[in-house]
Design a protein around this ligand. Structure first.
Ligand code: ASP
Length: 317
C-alpha cells in the first residue's frame, strides 16, 4: 500500500570512494573505487534503519571517469523518483572527484523543488576511520529536513549549494568548500542547522534536451592561461573540431595576448567560448574585449553550462 506522506528516501548509488575497497585497512589511497553495492552501503549505516528507504544502483564507477551517458541515466533516474508522490527526496552516493560537476548538471537540468542530496567519502569503505557512513546518515537527515530543497552536496557535516560546492583538498576528510565561502547548513547529530539560503533555482532545462542514449554530446574542452601561454593548444583543438572552449584565465579571467587572440579566432570560427578563472573563488567581470565571462562559475561548472548551451538551452540569467 502506498504511504500518504512523502517519507520515502530513494538512494541512488553511482560508485566512488564511499563504495571503495582497499586490500588493507590502513591503506587510504591504494583502493579501488566503486566496488560495494548501494544496498550493502546502506546496511553498513545502522542509523539509516529509521528512514523508509529504497535503493537503486545507477552506476558503479570512480567519478574521475564520470561520463555524459551516466549523467543522462542519473538525471532520468532522479527525475523518475521525484515524480513519485511518496518520495520525499533523493540521496545520491558519488565519488568526490567530480561530485561538483554532477551536482551542477542536475541543478541545471532538473532544478528540483524536492531535495536531491549528493554525498561522498574521502576514505574507502574498508578504512580504519570511515567518513562514508556518517556522511550518508547526515545526507538522509538533510533530505528529511522540512526546509531542504534543490540540489545540494553534504559532506563532513557541511551542506553546500550545487553552484558553490568545490573539492578544495586532495586528501583531507573535510575536503570541500563553497566557492565564495558559503555553507548552506551544518548537520549535527541529525539536526540540520541552516546558515543561509540557496539562491532561487534556475529554470529546469529538462531531460528531453539531453542527447538520446548513445548519441554524441558536444565536445568542450578547458584550457588554461599561464606563463608563456601561446594559444597553440586552442588552434589544435579548433582543428580537431572542438565546439566549445572554457578558458580558465588568470585573476579576473585575464589571458596572454596570444591565447586571447587564439580564442577570439576560435570564436570567429564558430566555437563558443566562456572565460572563467583559475582562482579558487570570485567572479569574472566582463571586460569588453569580446570573450564572454562565465560569471562566478568555476571552469568545470562553466563547462557544464556551455555544454547545456550547445544543446540549445538559453544562458542562465
Ligand atoms: N576517485 C574517487 C572518486 O571520485 C575519489 C573519491 O570518491 O573520493 O570516485
Amino acid at each position: 500500500m502506498q504511504s500518504k506522506v512523502a517519507d520515502l528516501i530513494v538512494i541512488l548509488g553511482t560508485g566512488g570512494t564511499i563504495a571503495g575497497k582497499a586490500a588493507q585497512a590502513n591503506d587510504n589511497v591504494g583502493y579501488k573505487a566503486g566496488e560495494i553495492g548501494v544496498e550493502a552501503l546502506i546496511a553498513g549505516v545502522p542509523g539509516l534503519s529509521t528512514f523508509r528507504l529504497e535503493a537503486q544502483q545507477v552506476a558503479q564507477l570512480d567519478s574521475k571517469d564520470m561520463d555524459f551517458q551516466t549523467w543522462r541515466r542519473l538525471a532520468l533516474a532522479v527525475e523518475a523518483q521525484l515524480t513519485r508522490d511518496e518520495v520525499r527526496g533523493v540521496l545520491i552516493t558519488h565519488g568526490t572527484d567530480t561530485i561538483e560537476e554532477t551536482a551542477y548538471f542536475l541543478h541545471r537540468v532538473l532544478a528540483p523543488r524536492k531535495p536531491v542530496v549528493l554525498t561522498a567519502a574521502m576514505r574507502p569503505a574498508t578504512a580504519l576511520q570511515l567518513d562514508g557512513p556518517q556522511n550518508m546518515l547526515d545526507a538522509a537527515h538533510l533530505v528529511n529536513d522540512a526546509a531542504a530543497a534543490g540540489v545540494m552536496v553534504c559532506v563532513a557535516g557541511q551542506v553546500y549549494a550545487a553552484d558553490q560546492v568545490q573539492k578544495a583538498h586532495s586528501y583531507r576528510v573535510d575536503a570541500f568548500r563553497g566557492r565564495d565561502g558559503t555553507v548552506l547548513a551544518q548537520v549535527e547529530e541529525g539536526q540540520v542547522r541552516w546558515l543561509s539560503q540557496a539562491l532561487p533555482g534556475p529554470l529546469a532545462i529538462g531531460t528531453a534536451a539531453l542527447p538520446t542514449e548513445g548519441a554524441a554530446w558536444p565536445r568542450i574542452e578547458i584550457v588554461l592561461n599561464h606563463a608563456n601561454a601561446d594559444g597553440r593548444l586552442v588552434r589544435l583543438l579548433v582543428h580537431e573540431g572542438v565546439e566549445g572552449l572554457v578558458v580558465a584565465g588568470t585573476g579576473n579571467g585575464t589571458l596572454s595576448a596570444a591565447l586571447e587572440q587564439a580564442l577570439l579566432d576560435a570564436q570567429a570560427a564558430g566555437v563558443q567560448v566562456l572565460r572563467s578563472t583559475r582562482c579558487d573563488g570570485g567572479p569574472v567581470a566582463e571586460n569588453g574585449r569580446g570573450l564572454p565571462s562565465a560569471g562566478a562559475l568555476s571552469p568545470v561548472k562553466a563547462r557544464v553550462e556551455l555544454l547545456l548551451r550547445l544543446l540549445g538551452t538559453p544562458p542562465q540569467s
